[in-house]
Design a protein around this ligand. Structure first.
Ligand SMILES: C[S@@+](CC[C@H](N)C(=O)[O-])C[C@H]1O[C@@H](n2cnc3c(N)ncnc32)[C@H](O)[C@@H]1O
Length: 275
C-alpha cells in the first residue's frame, strides 16, 4: 500500500470510531442496534434503484463498519461479505453484527488485495457513497469488481459525482471550481479536522488524500473489465453535506440551495457480467 493510502487508513480508523461512537453521528448506531432495518433504512436513491437482494450472495466493498452489509443480509441476501482496509472499521463491523444478531462475514484488507483474501464469487457487488475517491487506480478497481461477479452477476455502484470534487468543500458560499475535474496520478491532499457525519466532531488525524475519477473513465474501466453497462443515472442529491452550503432534503439526502443551477451531485451505475 502506498504512503497516501496508509495516511487515509489512519484517518479512516479515527473516522470509524467517531462515526460508530458519537451520539450525534448521522450513522445513528445505537438506534440501529435497538431496531436494525433492511433496505428501507438506505438512502432514497439506492432504495429505489437496488431492487430485491433476496437469495443473493452479496459483496460489499469499502463497507466501513458494515451497517449496509448488515442491512443487505437482513433484507434477504443469502450471504453478505464486507471488506474494508480499516482494522478499526472491521472490528466495529463485527461488533455491530453481533449486537444485531446478523450472520455476515467481514474481511480486513485493501481493495486491490481483495482477490487474494476472498475466494468466492457473488451475484451482487455493492459499492456506495464515498468510495472510489480513496482509490488511485480505477482500472484496477474495475478488474477487482469484475473478478468477483458470477456470470450474470451485477455491480450496483452509487457515489458522489466527480463534478463536486472540483469545489472547495469547506467554502461557506457558492464559488468557482478550484480543482481539476480530470484524473491525475498525484492525489489532492486535505488537512481537515471535520467529520462528514458529525458536525460537532473534531478529528486528531488531519491529512488525507483523494483522487478524482471522471465518469467517462469509470464507465470505460468497467467496460474494459468485461462488464455491460445497464444504466448510468445522475442525481442532484447526495448522501452527506459534501459542500458546506448544501441543504438537507427528503430521503436522507442533501442538495444545493434553491436558486443555484442544478449540478450532478451523485451518480449510479448498474453493470452486469455477461453469462
Ligand atoms: C465513506 S466510507 C464508505 C461508507 C459506506 N458506504 C457507508 O455508508 O458506511 C469509505 C470506506 O472506504 C474504506 N477504504 C478507503 N480506501 C480503501 C482501500 N484502498 N481499500 C479498502 N477500503 C478502503 C475506508 O476505510 C472507509 O471505511
Amino acid at each position: 500500500m502506498d504512503e497516501y493510502q496508509e495516511a487515509n487508513r489512519r484517518k479512516w480508523n479515527e473516522l470509524a470510531e467517531v462515526n460508530y461512537g458519537s451520539a450525534a453521528s448521522d450513522y445513528n448506531v445505537q438506534s440501529f442496534i435497538e431496531s436494525p432495518d433492511g433496505l428501507d433504512g438506505l438512502h432514497r436513491t439506492e432504495r429505489e434503484e437496488l431492487g430485491s437482494v433476496d437469495g443473493l450472495d452479496v459483496l460489499h466493498l469499502q463497507c466501513h463498519f458494515g451497517k449496509d452489509t448488515i442491512r443487505l443480509k437482513r433484507a434477504g441476501a443469502r450471504s453478505a461479505t464486507g471488506l474494508d482496509f480499516s482494522p478499526v472499521a472491521i472490528r466495529l463491523a463485527r461488533e455491530l453484527a453481533t449486537a444485531t444478531g446478523t450472520e455476515v462475514t467481514f474481511v480486513e484488507g485493501n481493495l486491490y488485495d481483495a482477490p487474494d483474501l476472498i475466494r468466492s464469487s457473488f451475484d451482487l457487488v455493492y459499492i456506495t457513497w464515498g468510495t472510489i475517491c480513496w482509490l488511485p487506480d480505477i482500472e484496477g478497481w474495475a478488474r477487482v469488481v469484475s473478478r468477483f461477479l458470477k456470470p450474470g452477476g451485477r455491480l450496483y455502484f452509487l457515489d458522489q459525482h466527480p463534478v463536486i470534487l472540483s469545489f472547495d468543500d469547506l467554502a461557506p458560499a457558492p464559488h468557482a471550481p478550484v480543482y481539476d475535474y480530470f484524473h491525475k496520478p498525484e492525489p489532492i491532499s486535505f488537512d481537515g479536522t471535520e467529520a462528514y457525519a458529525d458536525e460537532s466532531a473534531v478529528l486528531k488525524t488531519k491529512r488525507s488524500y483523494e483522487w478524482t475519477h471522471p465518469v467517462g473513465e469509470v464507465v470505460t474501466a468497467l467496460v474494459d473489465a468485461g462488464l455491460a453497462i445497464e444504466y448510468l443515472h445522475e442525481f442532484d442529491t447526495i448522501a452527506w453535506k459534501a459542500l458546506a452550503f448544501m441543504e438537507p432534503c427528503e430521503g436522507g439526502l442533501y442538495r444545493l440551495p434553491e436558486g443555484l443551477p442544478r449540478l450532478p451531485l451523485s451518480y449510479s451505475i448498474s453493470a452486469r457480467k455477461p453469462l
